[in-house]
Design a protein around this ligand. Structure first.
Ligand code: ZN
Length: 316
């Protein structure tokens, strides 16, 4: 049987300071901090994961706070994910207007598309964040103080990719990854993974005027899509290789396993396994409360902790 992409898995961004990042994603958006660990490729930097109670695939936003580590501010543009959209219930935008206003968080009203309305805002590092009404979203939300269950974020809705030539990116997504075209409006094409619905969308937006993207602080680094397990991941790796695409070996990310490759528009994609998940090394009730390190970094814990800035989290 052909392997399939079941949904998005996570979105990962390069951000500035960790404390404002935690305050925004937990204190403003109301997500749960489900893991505080380090960038496995650069353990001098945190890797923070936000999501639902369990950090289920498709609910996850993850950040690398690189402020003070010699990384410049990036440019949001073509060849990059330009907007990360979170799914909120239909009819909840009034709640979010009030909540954002009360927190002095600036926002604008987005353009309705595919019958879904939105609010646009920026996170503390300058990432474009959208709260988008997710039609037919049955995911159970994490409930944090001050957020009504009827309004809480359900998870990631999708991402917007800006590319110069949409046709190449769409062909790759449909023919190699098996995604389906779920809708078109103007120069925007909504692609969906097998499960469909919010949490499974990639929206390809063609633009010849957007600046060239530059990775750096305040930009999305990659989007990951979820497969059931190792067998499906290896099948995709083989399919990519036989199609002549460069793809990495399988990397052990503790909470899932990953392969990485670039789509034709230059955007970094990842295919990640759904398991083993974030309860691998912490109880469900304790997720995100202490710094977790992969086993191969435990011997360096003292020096790693000494080099990381403390996280001041006013929500705790
Ligand atoms: Zn990733």
């Amino acid at each position: 049987m052909a392997p399939s992409i079941r949904s998005l898995h996570h979105v990962t961004a390069t951000v500035a300071e960790p404390s404002p990042d935690v305050r925004f994603y937990t204190g403003v958006l109301g997500l749960r901090l489900v893991k505080r660990t380090v960038n496995f490729d650069n353990p001098g930097v945190y890797h923070l994961y936000y999501g639902d109670e369990r950090g289920n695939p498709s609910t996850l936003m993850t950040t690398f706070p690189y402020a003070g580590k010699g990384v410049r501010v990036g440019t949001i543009g073509a060849g990059q994910i330009t907007v990360t959209s979170f799914s909120v219930p239909v009819g909840s935008l009034e709640f979010w207007r009030d909540r954002l206003g009360a927190q002095d968080q600036a926002f604008t009203t987005g353009t309705e598309r595919f019958g879904e309305r939105s609010l646009m805002l920026e996170d503390p590092s300058g990432l474009n964040i959208e709260l988008l009404e997710g039609t037919g979203d049955s995911r159970a939300p994490w409930i944090s103080p001050g957020v009504e269950p009827e309004a809480a974020v359900r998870g990631v809705h999708g991402v917007t990719l800006v590319v110069r030539r949409a046709s190449d990116s769409i062909r790759f997504a449909t023919e190699v990854l098996g995604l389906e075209v779920a809708g078109r409006t103007g120069r925007r094409t909504r692609l969906a993974a097998a499960n469909g619905g919010p949490g499974s969308y990639l929206e390809v937006l063609e633009s010849e005027h957007a600046p060239d993207a530059v990775n750096g602080l305040g930009t999305v680094h990659h989007v990951a899509m979820a497969v059931k397990g190792d067998e499906e991941q290896l099948a995709f790796q083989e399919r990519l290789r036989s199609g002549g695409y460069q793809v990495t070996d399988v990397r052990d990310r503790q909470y899932f396993r990953s392969i990485y490759f670039r789509e034709p528009g230059g955007i970094l994609y990842e295919i990640a396994t759904e398991g083993p998940g974030f309860t691998l090394d912490e109880d469900l009730s304790e997720l995100g409360t202490v710094l977790k390190l992969p086993p191969w970094e435990e011997e360096n814990r003292d020096s790693i902790e000494a080099a990381l800035p403390p996280i001041q989290d006013e929500n705790e």
